[in-house]
Design a protein around this ligand. Structure first.
Ligand code: DX5
Ligand code: ZN
Length: 220
């Protein structure tokens, strides 16, 4: 399965955001991970539509929008219009998850479902057919720079086994606390879309990305 790097711009230096995104693209990262926070589903507030629109014209990378927002169905059409290629919503944040996923698909966008570290993996099982990607949070959503929760590995294995049992080759994305030092464990557990904020954007962005890409290729 193809492994994908999704650098999270939450940890970027916003004075030179465009240049930094271009560096991740040059070094091989296929996605831009775009964390939207509403101050209600998570304590913090990040950025939204106008920032996404300006990135859309800048890069050829897939725009991977992670909505940490209560009742995200309210914003799906707007984010699709601004250029999202993938929209991931939190299972815990949706009144009607199936309807929300349908709305994402209606907008011509790929759908993802995310769960917080405390939400059982089995709660995803009724929805395996309804999304293209599943996002296992390996930190409590809300902030970059937190430590990877080791129990996440078992959760990834459980989900990959369930998908394989049903003959489904779908994307498992993992988000939070991933660096060069622990990414191999995450890949070996069965993830294929790796989000990294601090691991890419703190320090030399080009080198950090290139080094991630080498490890990702080794595990394809
Ligand atoms: C956390 C966000 C993450 C965050 C990851 O709520 O969803 O995407 O940017 O940052 P790191 O890689 O620094 O843990
Ligand atoms: Zn994220």
């Amino acid at each position: 399965m193809k492994n994908i790097l999704a650098p999270s711009i939450l940890s970027a230096d916003f004075r030179t955001l465009g240049e930094q995104i271009k560096m991740t693209e040059k070094a091989g990262a296929q996605y831009v991970h775009f964390d939207v926070m509403d101050g209600i589903f998570v304590p913090s507030i990040s950025f939204g539509m106008p920032v996404l629109s300006s990135i859309k014209g800048l890069t050829g990378q897939t725009l991977d929008v992670h909505l940490m927002v209560t009742e995200p169905a309210r914003y799906v059409a707007e984010f699709a219009k601004c250029g999202a290629d993938i929209i991931t919503v939190h299972l815990e944040a949706c009144k009607d998850l199936k309807k929300t996923l349908e709305e994402i698909h209606r907008c011509g966008v790929r759908a993802g479902i995310s769960i917080r570290p405390g939400t059982p993996v089995k709660s995803l099982m009724p929805y395996l057919e309804d999304a293209e990607m599943f996002l296992i949070m390996s930190v409590e959503p809300g902030f970059g720079g937190q430590e990877f929760i080791p129990e996440s590995l078992e959760r990834i294995r459980t989900l990959r086994a369930a998908l394989e049992k049903d003959g489904m080759e779908k994307d498992i994305e993992v988000d939070g606390g991933i660096y060069h030092s622990n990414v191999a464990e995450v890949l070996k557990a069965g993830a294929n879309v790796i989000v990294s904020g601090s691991g890419v954007y703190k320090g030399d962005v080009f080198r950090n990305t290139a080094e991630f890409m080498e490890i990702l290729k080794d595990y394809e």
